[in-house]
Design a protein around this ligand. Structure first.
Ligand code: DQA
Length: 142
């Protein structure tokens, strides 16, 4: 099974970015956990990060025939990017929306996800565990 993990804007600064919200784990450390988790389950992982909406659209398109599932943390784009929503809907690859923090318990604008309605599921509020659970959700769907 091939899974694309896509990290959106500002996730490259994980570890130094608002550690009281997102913790001290760096993106490299998070990716290391994801790789180990995937390897143990014979899942082939590709991991990409971009701060740019159009580049995230391009990455979704580029992986549409390769990926059997996608784990997507769209960052702040979650709350307003119809372009990313349309891209997820267009490629028809099961996609799980993930968040490190619990966006339901933060500022009001974070309670809205324009991506969620086109996703196969959602994992949030559990740090790295949100991503690991999302990989397991995709495996369970196979
Ligand atoms: C986030 C939550 C978003 O609201 C925020 O803009 C992020 C990170 C999370 O993983 O908790 O950049 O997606």
């Amino acid at each position: 099974m091939n899974v694309l993990v896509l990290h959106g804007p500002n996730l490259n600064l994980l570890g130094e970015r608002e550690p009281e919200v997102y913790g001290r784990m760096t993106l490299a450390q998070l990716n290391g956990k994801l790789k180990a988790h995937a390897r143990a389950r014979k899942v082939v992982l590709r991991i990409r990060q971009s701060n740019h909406e159009g580049e995230l659209v391009d990455l979704l398109h580029a992986h549409r025939r390769w990926a059997d599932g996608i784990v997507f943390n769209p960052g702040a784009y979650t709350h307003y990017s119809y372009a990313l929503r349309d891209a997820v809907a267009a490629i028809r690859v099961p996609t799980i929306e993930v968040h490190l923090s619990d966006v339901r318990k933060r500022e009001r604008f974070r309670r809205v996800s324009v991506i969620a309605p086109v996703c196969a599921g959602r994992r949030l509020g559990r740090g790295a565990r949100s991503y690991l659970d999302a990989i397991d959700d995709l495996i369970a769907r196979e």
